[in-house]
Design a binder for this molecule. Sequence first.
Ligand code: NAP
Length: 307
Amino acid sequence: MKNVIIIGSGPAAWTASLYLARADLKPLVLGGRSPGGQLMNTTEVENYPGFENGITGPELISVMEKQAKRFGTEVINEDVTKIEQNDKKFTVLYGDGKKEECLAIIITTGSSYRHLGVPGEEEFSAKGVSYCAVCDAPFFKDKVTLVVGGGDSAMEEALALEKFSKKVYISHRRDELRASKFMQERVLKSKKIEVLWNTELKEIKGDTTVKKAVIINNKDNKETEMDVDGIFMAIGAVPNTDFVKGLVELDDKGYIVTGKQPKTNVPGIFAAGDVQDHIYRQAITSAGTGCAAALEAQWYVEELNAK
Ligand code: NAP
């Protein structure tokens, strides 16, 4: 029987496990088969305090993991499929039919890129369709690229592509961007970036790689086939909560509902990081809620053990 199982392996997971390991609660991290979360797709992280000259996302995850392991965190990189509740215990099912019992759980499974669901999107995924310009922009040197979305992520994608592509289009479905003013200004003053207002991507065509984007103007319904080499989707995120549907309360977007404290509606299950936060979604806010969840889990387990 474990005290606490932490599901996920981003900043929330490593912070929670560090605190619990230092409290001698010997936490188990079930980190997933693609561990590390979204920071694994981030190059420079310049806004995580403590790293004066910045650090890459994968390096940051790596040092966090090492720090948590130094105090005795156990790690298994398998996907959790289900959580069963029986009285004051939980059974966590993972991998190929394996299971582990525990007294408390911290869910830190983060979120994934939202897919648009248009014809060609899956077919050309990694063949010109990408969800991370920071990762893939160098593959589009002197090419024409298209970003879909109007939020801060879309602006960030376009600015990352601007350094390599000869032309960057942004297709946005409205006549006003959702992104912050600062990011908008950077994009709108770029000579390489052009916003296609009131447009929607309808289809992606190609042969072995992307060749064309079919765009429709939703004001006059005019359809245009554009020659493009790469398409970057930046239309938000979807929380990774499928495995807890029906167990803990989720909001209408699928995020785990927590209050001021990172508690779910199920005593003994806590949540931290992007899986319960669709507003801030920063490494540092994830780490902060990971710490709070660890303290809550520690107090919960100590109270159970005392009884
Ligand atoms: P977001 O703010 O939710 O923006 C998503 C964008 O995608 C919106 O412009 C939305 O259009 C569009 N969209 C959604 N579904 C669509 C669909 N089916 N078809 C076409 N367009 C669709 O998501 P985000 O940009 O990922 O940002 C999430 C949060 O992280 C925000 O709070 C943001 O400020 C923050 N963030 C900040 C930075 C930064 O400051 N550097 C960078 C990245 C993210 P509508 O506008 O019409 O709804």
